[in-house]
Design a protein around this ligand. Structure first.
Ligand SMILES: Cc1cc2nc3c(=O)[nH]c(=O)nc-3n(C[C@H](O)[C@H](O)[C@H](O)COP(=O)(O)O)c2cc1C
Length: 247
């Protein structure tokens, strides 16, 4: 999949035309696509359900994709990483979607796995998607990244979506390494545990988008995930050792 194309085009779609419907063939292809996505951690069991939006508290879209997961270290990162691939797949098929943290399904568990997050989706006209990078509201590079190594890939990675556009990622870059931190200094009215929950999903989203941007520039890397330390304000989540540039 040409991820970069979809990264530049994607946006959260909250308005759907009820005359446009997904076909059963399209739904079958979504399930097939999901099964091909790469997890961040293959040891974490996940499962999914596609339900009509009315079966959840979600306010828009024709269907919702519900992600269930084992609850363990990295399960939120893994959920973000996996469903971001779905978000990009949707763009490639002219299917609008929106990550939806505020909504809950009827079933909070499924086959012994816990509900993590959902994505609302539905058929749209291609014209709903972005056509210019100027349409993204994102923090500037200088606020988010220390260093200029691999700048063009890192600039594009900042287009990643996040809950309430919080953009909790902070980056340090050098010729040899890209370090990805989660800042815990963001101020929200919501409880800290809730902010941590969604921001961990955001970090999984960011890691997927970052890797797609590195790959698009043929930058070879080895990823190491790092367990967050509660006492750190800037919590290291991942370190990418840069191994060079391919053709
Ligand atoms: C984990 C997560 C949860 C989100 N929850 C909601 C939500 O409950 N309602 C909503 O309208 N948008 C939700 N969003 C969408 C964000 O508000 C949106 O991604 C962000 O503002 C950036 O805009 P963009 O996706 O159009 O680039 C969520 C996004 C993420 C990543």
């Amino acid at each position: 999949m040409n991820d970069l194309k979809w990264i530049k085009k994607r946006k959260s779609v909250r308005k759907y035309d009820s005359n446009l419907k997904l076909s059963s063939e399209e739904l079958r292809k979504i399930e097939q696509a999901f099964l091909q996505f790469e997890p961040l951690n293959p040891d974490i069991k996940v499962n999914y359900r596609i339900v009509k939006t009315e079966e959840t508290s979600c306010a828009f879209g024709e269907y919702c994709f519900l992600l269930y997961s084992e609850t363990k270290e990295d399960s939120l990162l893994n959920a973000g990483y996996l469903l971001q691939q779905l978000d990009l797949y949707f763009v490639s098929q002219n299917i609008g979607s929106c990550w939806y943290g505020m909504a809950k399904p009827e079933e909070k568990t499924w086959n012994g796995l816990d509900f993590v997050i959902m994505m609302a989706f539905g058929k749209v006209e291609e014209s709903v998607f972005r056509t210019s990078l100027n349409e993204f509201k994102r923090h500037p590079y200088e606020k988010m990244v220390k260093g200029v190594a691999w700048k063009s890939a890192l600039s594009l990675s900042l287009l990643a979506p996040s809950a309430v556009n919080s953009q909790p990622w902070r980056i340090e870059t050098s010729a040899q390494k890209i370090k990805v931190y989660r800042t815990s200094s963001l101020i929200f009215k919501a409880a800290k545990s809730l902010v941590d929950y969604y921001n961990r999903i955001d970090m999984g989203i960011y890691l997927y988008i970052l890797e797609a941007c590195l790959k698009s520039e043929h930058i070879l890397y080895e990823r190491e995930l790092v367990q967050e330390k509660a006492e750190d304000k800037m919590k290291l989540n991942a370190c990418y050792k840069i191994e060079g540039k391919g053709d």
